[in-house]
Design a binder for this molecule. Sequence first.
Ligand SMILES: [Cu+2]
Length: 155
Amino acid sequence: MLRLPRFILLLAFGSLSLAACSQDEAPSQSPAKIEISEAWARETPQGAPNAALYLTIANEGDIDDRLLSVATDLAAHAGIHSTSEEDGMMRMRSVEALRIPARETISLAPGALHIMLMGLEKPLVKGDEISINLIFEESGEQMIRIPVLGMGERP
Ligand SMILES: [Cu+2]
């Protein structure tokens, strides 16, 4: 009498894991597919240590992706920043990894999320085109070209 409940439990468990398996094998999900658009930067004054880059990241796949890091030889460091207002002051914070949910679009724009170049090798000059590499967890590395706009300009 004591063994019966355990046997039933095992049976139930076995069919549960079978169900999970067949769901995993469903071929309906497309992988994360990242499209970058509307990338731009603003020229920097001579001697300015940092620059902000803006762009739109769309995930056209069915699986979430994450922007893990930014690689460039334009500056000593590059990273993702968020901006928020605290006690009337705009503050930037480092974002460890930026989630790009499936079928969603994330905009990096002035006063909000941006990519920050810290320790610029040389100023960004209006009319130049710079390039950086974005490294995504699911979809890998993507090189993007970014036009440099003039002071006060927006695309
Ligand atoms: Cu910043």
